[in-house]
Design a protein around this ligand. Structure first.
Ligand SMILES: Cc1cc2nc3c(=O)[nH]c(=O)nc-3n(C[C@H](O)[C@H](O)[C@H](O)COP(=O)(O)OP(=O)(O)OC[C@H]3O[C@@H](n4cnc5c(N)ncnc54)[C@H](O)[C@@H]3O)c2cc1C
Length: 313
């Protein structure tokens, strides 16, 4: 069995290689890889890993999002012969169509805020406009850089990256379907880190496609829509709502519960709603969407509120 020594050059506490640090604050949620914890690995686990020399790998991890790539690097650092399988881009939702791109767009909005308030600082900016194509290309550059950073961390830690779609043949066999060739990998342990996909809304007219976006389309647009209705005042809905409202869209957020961020402390959530209201977002709380119809130029959405039905276009 191939053994991989822990990389003593690895920087504890960060997954971004030197020079590839993300925009400030944006990767704070990535779990830490503390070198010291290696000392606390249960001898039983080490023994289990050593028993697996009849396999192609000790551990196969399916999916290279934050769960998969952190797990793979850690497993390799602990001595496991580790393979990670990814069907799309390394980094999963978070790096490609989640945390990172949303924060990059929020940074664009922060730059806009600074420009708009610059006169308060004695800096007069006569004229400015928004270049959405530039925002998108900046976002893509940052995502690419971080994906490359994770790919090189996998390499540096001797994790073998296999590109393709994994399926389980049995409890110890993963088959990876790639366009050119299928690979069979026998492993002692298999860890499934396949993440999630947007859940369709079981409401007529809300089928994904066209004018009905998921968060993925809301991170890759060519022009800011004139108006936007967002279903759900959770973190993702609010971040998108704030971004689009500041970029000039008329934004309505429909939330079935009685406050924004339903899982959060009410006082904090109400303060946030006030601030977002000032940024131009209109909230409809205790409300649910019940239907959407094409109008030719967009959608007309029916919303059930506590006072009865209303529509929004
Ligand atoms: C718009 C948005 C913003 C977000 N912002 C934040 C934030 O600010 N902070 C935060 O903490 N979280 C945020 N999240 C949530 C965060 O992205 C997820 O919690 C995180 O990505 C989950 O990681 P994961 O590794 O479990 O799954 P994922 O990141 O979804 O990764 C799963 C991977 O598995 C791959 N895969 C699936 N099936 C197979 C297969 N059969 N074979 C091979 N590969 C496969 C997928 O291609 C994917 O790359 C956000 C999410 C979204 C959508």
């Amino acid at each position: 069995m191939t053994k991989h020594k822990p990389d003593t050059n690895a920087r504890a506490g960060s997954l971004a290689p030197p020079g590839l640090e993300p925009p400030s604050g944006s990767l704070g949620f990535v779990p830490l890889l503390e070198e010291e914890t290696a000392a606390f690995v249960d001898p039983g686990i080490k023994e289990q890993l050593q028993m697996s020399d009849k396999r192609d790998a000790d551990i196969v991890i399916i999916g290279s999002g934050p769960a998969g790539y952190v797990g793979a690097i850690r497993a390799a650092q602990l001595g496991a012969n580790t393979v990670i399988v990814e069907k799309n881009s390394v980094g999963g939702t978070c790096l490609n169509v989640g945390c990172i791109p949303t924060k990059v767009l929020l940074a664009c909005v922060a730059a806009l805020d600074t420009v708009e308030r610059s006169a308060d600082f004695g800096v007069n900016v006569d004229k400015f406009d928004l270049d959405i194509a530039k925002m998108m290309s900046r976002k893509e550059t940052i995502v690419k850089r971080l994906v490359g950073g994770v790919e090189s961390l996998l390499k540096k830690n001797n994790v073998r990256l296999v590109r393709g779609t994994a399926r389980l043949a049995d409890a110890h066999t993963v088959i990876v379907d790639a366009p050119d060739v299928a690979e069979t990998i026998r492993a002692d342990k298999i860890i499934i880190c396949t993440g999630s996909v947007p859940a369709p809304l079981p409401v007529p007219g809300f089928e994904f496609g066209g004018d009905v976006w998921t968060s993925t389309e809301a991170l890759a647009f060519e022009a800011v829509p004139k108006s936007m209705l967002i279903v759900g005042a959770g973190v993702i809905g609010l971040e998108a709502g704030y971004t689009f409202a500041r970029l000039g869209a008329e934004v309505v957020v429909v939330e079935m519960m009685s406050q924004v961020l339903p899982a959060a402390d009410t006082e904090t959530a109400n303060e946030l709603a006030k601030a977002l209201g000032k940024a131009g977002i209109r909230f409809m709380l205790n409300s649910t969407v019940t239907n959407a119809e094409d109008t030719g130029t967009g959608k007309k959405v029916t919303i059930r509120t506590q006072d009865g039905e209303t529509t929004s276009e």
